[in-house]
Design a protein around this ligand. Structure first.
Ligand code: PMV
Length: 338
């Protein structure tokens, strides 16, 4: 290969409000159900890819050479890009997260979305957003959603090759957008309840849940109705309706995982206390609703006007070390190169 062309892309992470938990195909990361999420502005990944004459792919993650497992995962992903672009060069990948990697704050979502965009452009390819979404999905199921900004729905898809298992942005504006947009300025308040990587990765945990949890089938069966209701709540700009669905979806997902044998328990004491704190706020009239991913941190969906109060209540919970307030953010984009 001649002179390396470096392309830098950024992507925000996303938090699912209707969770994805289970695969219909592990190799292609095809989800058992659809899902629905909000892409965030503050938490994300910035990734630069340059194909060159190196003997191997190299990954520098948050300023230090990555471990073998992370490098192998990125290299396998780059193999797909190389095959599609018909190039052979290895790559230097430099990736920086604005949240701790693998702390259960969905860095794989923004990571593989940014990587899909930077790597395809550096390889000379220009994919459509749905094509990028399908590619990002192979790196991490949730990454398919971070290609798009704001509220995003991921389709389960039916095809065995996964070409229809892609995300799309939900319409920015509801029919009555003009009249109640102000009430729809949402935030996600993130409460950090632990440090370090999560106990069990999402793929292993999903597979184990599907194999051993008596609640898995019920979980899968309930998702389509949640998706319909969440879509309607977003179209109507009804935060309370959306929040009820989001909290229920997260608790059902964790219930299915907890019922696996042996149990998968992502929560710690502060997780439970934070859930109680948000529900206590709600009992006093603040529309705030929890969601929890494959880790112990708690995220609260609320209005922008309530975000400081929600963050304050969460900071007062013993074991919560930090809170962050994130707003809806844009989809993945190229910021340098291309
Ligand atoms: O994208 P993965 O394979 O890390 O799975 C994400 C799983 C959850 O974050 C728990 C739910 C979701 O839909 O993002």
């Amino acid at each position: 290969m001649s002179a390396a062309r470096a392309v830098t892309a950024v992507a925000g992470t996303n938090i699912a409000l209707v969770k994805y938990w289970g695969k219909r195909d592990v190799a292609l990361n095809l989800p058992a159900t659809g899902s629905l999420s909000l892409t965030l502005d503050r938490l994300g990944t910035r990734t630069t890819v340059a194909f060159d004459d190196g003997a191997t792919d190299r990954l520098v993650l948050d300023g230090a050479p990555a471990d073998d497992a992370a490098t192998t995962r990125v290299s396998a992903f780059l193999d797909r890009v190389r095959a599609r672009a018909e190039i052979a060069g290895r790559a230097l990948v430099t990736s920086d997260n604005s949240v701790p990697t693998a702390a259960g704050l969905a860095s794989s979502a923004s990571g593989f979305a940014a990587l899909a965009l930077a790597a395809t452009r550096a390889a000379g390819l220009t994919l459509s957003p749905p094509e990028l979404s399908a590619l990002a999905r192979i790196g991490s199921g949730s990454a398919a959603r971070s290609i798009f900004g704001g509220f995003v729905e991921m389709a389960r898809g039916e095809r065995p090759d996964g070409s229809d298992a892609v995300a799309h942005a939900l319409p920015e504006q509801g029919p009555d957008q003009g009249s109640n947009n102000e009430g729809w300025d949402v935030r996600l308040v993130v409460a950090i309840t632990a440090s370090g990587p999560k106990a069990i990765g999402s793929t292993a945990a999903m597979t184990h849940t599907a194999r051993t949890s008596p609640y898995y089938e019920a979980w899968v069966a309930g998702v389509p109705a949640d998706l319909t209701a969440a879509r309607d709540a977003i179209a109507a700009r009804d935060l309370a309706a959306l929040g009820v669905i989001a909290e229920r979806s997260a608790l059902r997902m964790h219930a299915a995982a907890m019922a696996a044998d042996p149990a998968i328990i992502y929560w710690n004491a502060a997780t439970v206390s934070a859930i109680a704190a948000v529900r206590a706020l709600r009992a006093r009239g603040t529309d705030a609703f929890v969601t929890i991913d494959a880790g112990p941190h708690v995220k609260a969906l609320c209005r922008a006007a309530d975000a400081d109060a929600v963050a304050g209540a969460l900071r007062a919970v013993p074991g919560v070390s930090e809170t962050l307030i994130a707003a809806p953010g844009p989809g993945a984009r190229v910021v340098e190169g291309a």
